[in-house]
Design a protein around this ligand. Structure first.
Ligand SMILES: [Zn+2]
Length: 330
C-alpha cells in the first residue's frame, strides 16, 4: 500500500507542477486510477486514501467528501437502468479515419488500440431500457474511450437515439462526460455539434422529452451542443462543466476567475443548469422528471405506469398529445 501511495503522490506532483490552476485542470485528464483498478485509491478532491470496495459500495462517490468519481459507461447504465431491461443498440458503428490523421501515432491505430482495450467501438453507448419502470432511450458517453470525445460516430448515434425516441415515443436520457470534440476528425467532429442539435430540435418539435445529466468533466463541443440543449439539464455535484478550460480563459482575458468557476454549483447559480442531483438520487429523480416531461405525450410507452403523469394531464386540462407551452426548451 505504501508503495501505491508513493506512486500516487509522485504522479500527482508530475501532473500538478506545470498546472497554474492548482490541480483543477488535472481533473480534465482521465487517469486510470479514476476508474479503480487497484485495491486502494486516492480521492483527488480530499486526498483521502479509500478502499476500493468502499468506493464501489458508495457508487464511486468518495465516502469522506462526496466527490463523484468519473464513472465508466457500463457502470452508469447498471446504476441507472432497472435490472434486465437494458438493450444496447447501434453498437457496431465505428470511426473512419477520413483525414488519415496522425499526431504521435496514426488515428486509426489509436482507435484500434482503444477498441481492443475497452471492447467498445466508440465513446457513446446507446440503447433502450427502463428507469424505475419508465421506458426510455438512453445515451451514455464513456470517458474511458478516448476521453468521451465526440466524432462522427457519437454524432450519428445521438441522432439515431433522437430518431428512435421519436419513433417509439420514448423520452431521451443522455449522460455526458467528455473532453469535447475529437480533434483527430477535424472539422467533421465540429459538424456533429450542428447535427446533434438538429436531431434534438426535431425531437422537441414533435413534443418529445429529453434530459441531460452532465457528469465530471463535460467540456468543449459536447457542452456547446447536445448537452446544453435538452429540455432539462442536470449535473452531478462538483462536476466541471465548460467550453474552454479555465487556464485558457484566464490567460486570454487576463483576469482572475471567480472561485468555483465552471463547477456545477457555480453554473446552477448562473441559471445554466436546472438542478444538481447526487448519484444515488439520479434514477428516482429521472423517473419523476420523465413523468412530468411525458405527461402530455400521447401513447408514451410508459403511460399508465404513473399516477403523477395522469395527474399532470388533468391539471393541464388538455388533450393527450397536445404540446404544452413551457414543457420544452430545447
Ligand atoms: Zn474525497
Amino acid at each position: 500500500m505504501a508503495e501505491n501511495v508513493k506512486k500516487d503522490t509522485k504522479a500527482k506532483e508530475e501532473t500538478k507542477s506545470p498546472d497554474p490552476s492548482g490541480g483543477r485542470l488535472s481533473r480534465l485528464r482521465f487517469r486510470k486510477r479514476d476508474v479503480p483498478g487497484g485495491l486502494w485509491l486516492k480521492c483527488e478532491n480530499c486526498e483521502s486514501i479509500i478502499f476500493r470496495k468502499d468506493l464501489e459500495a458508495k457508487g464511486f462517490v468518495c465516502p469522506k467528501c462526496g466527490f463523484h468519481f468519473t464513472l465508466p459507461g457500463d457502470r452508469r447504465i447498471q446504476m441507472t437502468m432497472d435490472e434486465g431491461t437494458w438493450e444496447e443498440m447501434f453498437a457496431d458503428l465505428s470511426s473512419l479515419d477520413r483525414l488519415s490523421f496522425t499526431d504521435t501515432v496514426p488515428y486509426s491505430d489509436k482507435v484500434a488500440r482503444t477498441v481492443k482495450r475497452t471492447g467498445k467501438k466508440d465513446a457513446l453507448i446507446c440503447g433502450k431500457g427502463e428507469i424505475h419502470g419508465r421506458p426510455c432511450v438512453m445515451a451514455v458517453l464513456d470517458f474511458t474511450f478516448m476521453g468521451g470525445s465526440m466524432g462522427e460516430v457519437m454524432g450519428e448515434k445521438i441522432a439515431l437515439a433522437a430518431d428512435l425516441a421519436i419513433q417509439d415515443k420514448l423520452p431521451l436520457v443522455i449522460f455526458t462526460s467528455s473532453g469535447g470534440a475529437r480533434m483527430h476528425e477535424g472539422m467533421l467532429s465540429l459538424m456533429q455539434m450542428a447535427k446533434t442539435c438538429a436531431a434534438l430540435a426535431t425531437l422537441n418539435d414533435v413534443g418529445g422529452f429529453s434530459v441531460c445529466v452532465m457528469a465530471n468533466p463535460t467540456t468543449g463541443g459536447v457542452t456547446a451542443s447536445f448537452a446544453s440543449v435538452c429540455d432539462l439539464t442536470l449535473a452531478e455535484p462538483g462536476a466541471l462543466i465548460g467550453f474552454a478550460g479555465p487556464r485558457v480563459i484566464s490567460s486570454t482575458l487576463k483576469i482572475e476567475l471567480p472561485p468555483g468557476f465552471q463547477r456545477a454549483e457555480f453554473l446552477l447559480g448562473k441559471g445554466q443548469l436546472d438542478a444538481i442531483v447526487t448519484r444515488d438520487e439520479l434514477p428516482a429523480t429521472l423517473a419523476r422528471l420523465i413523468d412530468y416531461g411525458t405527461a402530455s405525450w400521447e401513447n408514451y410507452a410508459g403511460r399508465g405506469l404513473s399516477s403523477q403523469a395522469a395527474g399532470m394531464k388533468r391539471l393541464a386540462g388538455g388533450e393527450p398529445g397536445e404540446k404544452k407551452e413551457g414543457t420544452s426548451a430545447g
